[in-house]
Design a protein around this ligand. Sequence first.
Ligand code: GLU
Length: 379
Amino acid sequence: MNAQSLRRYKRITVKIGSALLVDRATGLKREWLASLVDDVAALVENGAEVLVVSSGAIALGRTILGLGKRALKLEESQAAAAVGQIALAGAWSQELGRKGLKSGQILLTLGDTEERRRYLNARATIGTLLKMKAVPIINENDTVATSEIRYGDNDRLAARVATMMGGDLLVLLSDIDGLYTAPPAFDPNARFLPVVERITPEIEAMAGAAASELSRGGMRTKLDAGKIATTAGTAMIITSGVRQNPLAAIERGERFTLFNPSRTPVSGYKSWIAGQLEPAGMLTVDAGAVRALMSGKSLLPAGVKRVSGRFSRGDTVAVLAPEGHEIARGLVAYDAADAIRIAGLKSAEIDAVLGYQARSAMVHRDDLVVSHGGEEAKG
Ligand code: GLU
């Protein structure tokens, strides 16, 4: 990427990890925040729209409340988030204000992106903020989210927001400068990858086990974010935010990993499906069905080998290749119990088994999205 790099992008979502913004002992890192806001202002000046997904509410609340390092109970971290969020949003608003920019706070719960009607609502509000030239400052609504209904990490939340808003770039500022062939903390031979064409199962294997100590998501959730983003046509950058002016640093040529977007991105309704965070079930299909899906056809019951999970008609399911990696996502046309009964059957046999006249597809092509990494299976 050359010096003008970020200037090519029109709608940029920047996600900031807690460790960058908050120091356990001293609280908010004001100077760092001010330096990032300078970068944001420069992008806005250049005509881009910028959305910020800011972590740090719980970490900041912990410091303000003097809770130390001990593990927090759910209600304690929710209380910490309440205290931290108000300070965090205040700091963003002040710093952006110093550069003449307005800002607005958006706190999302999982359903706000996963339920279609609420998704459209959230999109309309954030879109209006952008129209009014206010920078949306977004976080999970940690004070009300409980474990079953939370994003849990802001990487995937940011990808959901970026694609919901039809953004062309998502930048994840983190404590690591990009993707390596293996976690560099454990493997001295790990190689840095400047560009990732698509997130294949091999790429996913490079992320290693779950979270690093400093960030809740670690590389795993960053690659999940990358899949959501790139499938919907949003490029993603992972880079270190540890230095000041981390966005200007990208332009100066500091190291980052760029995940290229799909050349055949899905949009609108299909990107909402493709980015669903918690599929309710999984359908493992045979090789014939993989080929059919890759050529844009519906998934028929005959090609389904295995059904797992408890889902209802209309829920999102992941479609897995025979080798077990995910190749598509879609809204399933049957409840799990019926899906199990008709898996592997030809269309003509299905009505007799179900006792009613059924739809022919298990997942109709209109409700199905082949993932950007999954396209690899085309060979
Ligand atoms: N929403 C959390 C917070 O603001 C951060 C989640 C994450 O670290 O990804 O404290």
